[in-house]
Design a protein around this ligand. Structure first.
Ligand code: GLU
Length: 427
């Protein structure tokens, strides 16, 4: 492949940021791809990236412009699939990386999807409900050219939820002239949403933690867990760990860090967060400085917030035996190496947080067949799929003597590139 000209920053592996990290992860897997390595450049660029201007009228009568994106990284195995993020730090490069991780995740769990992701650079906390609705509808309309139930199916991600999915579904349906429930997942149950979807990512995190703990002879009961992020992923995972008899000793969110050696009362903590917006000021715990979170004595660490949290600056301090990546991209490649040298097992995002998109897939299948499953059925299928995927990753890691991340990439990239090769180049 001719890359002799100067690389644009988004193709440069030394360019810091999530996309650069993803490129390094692909480089690490390339030696294991055999003859498929011929096609690996496919994975190093998105198939399609759309940048849209999202103008809305604010409540005070002025007009504000926001930048939005929808990136389809790979569509070799099926329609694009991945969430939409509303956050003040969203950039094209971040959405590209998140879309690529969706490709890997979907292929690792063998869902019949490619990978995609969307986002708007906006702090949604600064918007009224009406402004948020106008923003969501205009964004959906702008990306309407490339999404659709068999083209690309958005879902919730950071700061987006069921209501936002309902507006997206409605906008797409109004524009196309037919109610299309399958255009997004993570919808309210009343609009074709799936039971168990909201809890699915956290449940998947907990399931792979159980599997990984078993492999390293770590007894879950009584084990100490530290969770970063108490949103849809971290909040549910923390509850499931506590229910399983673990002690959730530390929790960090955007505003603060709380610690309780004997285990936090997660129910009370979630109530506090619902009321006050963060863990700050929670009375049942000691407040820690942000940096102290990484060195708390614990057995399992669950980063479930933003990217690039575990870095060279804190990887040497981590006390856990197991890191379960609830967030997308929380560990940098250098930190990955430090953790590996220290014998800390990392279950990577692309398998650990795949529970959400797995139940999204169930939702999409239910919408297409207009036949809905019970919550027990959904949870049982989710747990079975996650266990099978984890077992395959574990076995591949043993076989090639590589990290679980590289093993997941081996499985996923092989699947994507096999599809790529079979389809062939057009024309
Ligand atoms: N946003 C979630 C993720 O990062 C879920 C995506 C989906 O359900 O399509 O995996």
């Amino acid at each position: 492949m001719n890359t002799s000209h100067t690389l644009p920053s988004y193709l440069d592996p030394n360019h810091l940021g999530p996309w650069g990290i993803y490129l390094q992860q692909v480089d690490r897997v390339t030696p294991y791809l055999g003859h498929l390595a011929r096609w690996v450049e496919t994975l190093k660029r998105p198939k399609r990236a759309m940048i849209v201007d999202v103008p809305i009228e604010l409540d005070n009568g002025t007009v504000a412009h926001f930048e939005g994106y929808r990136v389809q990284h790979n569509l070799s195995r099926g329609p694009g699939k991945g969430g939409v993020r509303f956050h003040q730090d969203v950039t094209l490069s971040e959405v590209m990386a998140l879309s690529a991780w969706m490709s890997v995740k979907n292929a690792a769990v063998n869902l019949p999807y490619g990978g995609a992701k969307g986002g708007i650079r906006v702090d949604p906390k600064t918007l009224s409900r009406g402004e948020l609705e106008r923003l969501t509808r205009r964004y959906t309309s702008e990306i309407g050219l490339i999404i659709g139930p068999s083209k690309d199916i958005p879902a919730p991600d950071m700061n987006t939820n069921e209501q936002i999915m309902a507006w997206m579904m409605d906008t797409y349906s109004m524009n196309t002239g037919a109610t299309a429930t399958g255009v997004v997942t993570g919808k309210p149950i009343a609009l074709g949403g799936s039971l168990g979807r909201r809890e699915a990512t956290g449940r998947g995190v907990f399931t792979v933690a159980q599997e990984a703990a078993q492999h390293i002879q770590l007894e879950l009961k009584g084990c100490r867990v530290a969770v970063q992020g108490l949103g849809n992923v971290g909040g549910v995972a923390a509850q499931l760990f506590a229910q399983a008899g673990c002690k959730v000793v530390a929790v960090q969110d955007h505003a603060g860090t709380v610690y309780q050696a004997s285990g936090l009362d997660i129910h009370a903590l979630l109530e506090h967060v619902a009321k006050h917006g963060s863990v700050l000021g929670f009375s049942g715990a000691e407040a820690l400085a942000r940096a102290q979170f990484w060195s708390v004595p614990c057995d399992i660490l669950v980063p479930a917030a933003l990217e690039q949290q575990i870095t060279v600056n804190n990887a040497a301090q981590i006390q856990a035996r197991l890191v379960i990546e609830g967030a997308n991209g929380p560990t940098t490649p250098e930190a990955d190496d430090i953790l590996a040298e220290r014998g800390i097992l990392v279950v990577p995002d692309v398998i650990a947080n795949a529970g959400g998109v797995t139940v999204s897939y169930f939702e999409w299948v239910q919408d297409f067949s207009s036949f809905f499953w019970s919550e027990d059925e959904i949870n049982a299928r989710l747990v079975r799929l996650m266990r099978e995927a984890f077992a395959a990753v574990w076995q591949t890691a043993q076989q090639h003597k590589v990290s679980l991340r590289t093993a997941t990439f081996i499985i996923a990239c092989t699947r994507m590139l096999q599809a790529r090769e079979l389809r062939g180049l057009y024309p």
